[in-house]
Write a protein that binds this ligand. Sequence first.
Ligand code: NOJ
Ligand code: CA
Length: 675
Amino acid sequence: MAEKGNTSLSKVTSPSGNITLEFFLTPSKQPAYQVSFKNKKAIDTSLMGFGLKDGPALKENFKVVNTRTSSKNETWDMPWGEQAQVVNNYKEIVVELQEETNLKRQINVTFRVYDDGVGFRYSFPVQENLKEVIIAQENTQFKMTGDHQSWWTPGDWDSYEHVYNHTPISRINAPSKGDPTLAFTSIPENSVHTPFTLKTTDGLYLSIHEANLTDYASMTLLADTSNLSFSSSLVKSDRYGYAVKRTAPFDTPWRTIQVADRAGDLIESKLVLNLNEPNKLGAVPYVHPMKYNGIWWEMHLEKSGWDMEGGRHGATTANTKRYIDFAAANNLKGVLVEGWNTGWDRWTDNARRENAFDFTTPYKDYDLAEVTRYAKSKGVEMIMHHETSASPLNYEKNLDAAYQLMNKYGINTAKLGYVGKLIPEGEHHFGQWMVNHHRRVLEKAAKYNIAINVHEPIKPTGLRRTYPNLISGEGVRGQEFNAWSADGGNPTDHLTIVPFTRMLAGPIDYTPGIFNLKLGGLRPKNSVKTTLAHQLALYVVIYSPVQMAADLPEFYKGIDAFQFIREVGVDWDKSVVLDGEIGDHVSIARRERKTGNWFVGAITDENPREVTIDFSFLEDGKKYKARVYRDGPTAHWDTNPTEYKIEEITVDKQTKHKLKLAAGGGAAISLLTAK
Ligand code: NOJ
Ligand code: CA
């Protein structure tokens, strides 16, 4: 076990004094750090270093050449988001390290210490003995102080679409290579994805992730279940046999550790965003936060198909007009159409999928010009769909033409997809090569004033701050699994975990709003394991500037609870996490930009519970008429999922309102200023 050396100890305390970071060299002169929160140890002595492909590891025999401290306290504006402004307030230390042995290689570590956590990154300066840096493995350790509760998904190199497990650290047993539940992966060991969230016995909440993932491989966390410790495990390219190749000078992504003593504070933290570079794009008037519907769920239910060749084509001009009419009549601004372009007859056929799509050729029964004209006449905008069939080079080849077509028809938003085993062979969805692909797409899209919502994405790492055209993403076991997954669908507690884990990384295109929870018999082995009121609450609980009303228009007919979806906002100037425990329940309130309307969403897991909504977040002296959409008295996710009640109450800052949530249930509340 490493011990603190008696030299080179640097201590930095966050602006309010909450968090203290200590950096030091161990007796073997290996860099190490630890973190405490309100005088409790949050991260124990953790080592740092790199394994290099060519040459000895960067590990021991370092001396501190210099340290520099600084601080910053600024406020920046979000062009769209969960809030209007973000405070970025930290103390920083840069530690310059050099090996004392022959090679005298240099590496710097920068720590930023915030009141809600710590970020640190490595910088490789220009130097004689380290020019091209080929990283076989990064060995950043996160040593825990006990056998904490943890919520994890396997660190699959090709998919984030897994069910969460809840175990103590000592019982983390992620499936690895060869396990059929993994996508196409070569996850070598017992590792987990980030954001990885833990709860200690003395009531601290921790979450480890990364920020500003640029020209580097994604980090998973390798679990050492006997030492209760994690270390960075980078996704490798099997083609090249390493994780990262860079030329000095360069910086790694930030390694982030959020720390809080209230679960909800993890969600309110903007640490990951703050550790990204400021907006590079300037104003992005083409980004339109919006609710949308679309030709999507009907394919997942197998009511229609993506391809025309199969004879049940969903994306016809007539069907699209039906969705446009529904959107226009119901305050949904966007319509997504999947299966509009040729190639869907071969998109999963390994022999033919590499160049399946050109992203510009509509099927014969889909009149793109007419559809966009009709949408415009109804005040609705179309959302483009680009499924790449996991063939990124084919997509890159066609990008200009694809985005020119969108510009021609005034389409500003694209949903991308990367389903399947990655082509070329040997690359993984989350390796450096794909990180760079996604960046090229984002930059190209920005040139064409296009906003991007990526499915099967790289997990978000806060890049939406720098590139605000990156509006949303999947990277979660989304609603679609409820239609077809072999295990019947997402577990009832799924979305009580997601806000404290995946959502810490960024917006989620979960596609809520399924009312026909038993799927109308279309998928007899599957169902949505929540109540209808829970589905409503998701529009507030899950943050995304684009939120789908995912069910089929006919399944919304005559259901007055749909009013909530009509009225709920998507762009916020303030968000408050009222209450929550990971995997049990969560309640969030958000205030809409422009209107000042507040919305509240509360959800529970498989256990019914009573929650108290404390309206002290409201403005002084203001009264609101609140419309409450809640579970009915015998509602239950399995036996009676669609029973709900709507009631009106008057509330102000002093109100505390008790709500009974059914098993798998929820509640949604609209507080409208204008009415
Ligand atoms: C997976 C995406 O998550 C889903 O939304 C989409 O419908 C299919 N891929 C087809 O692209
Ligand atoms: Ca998906």
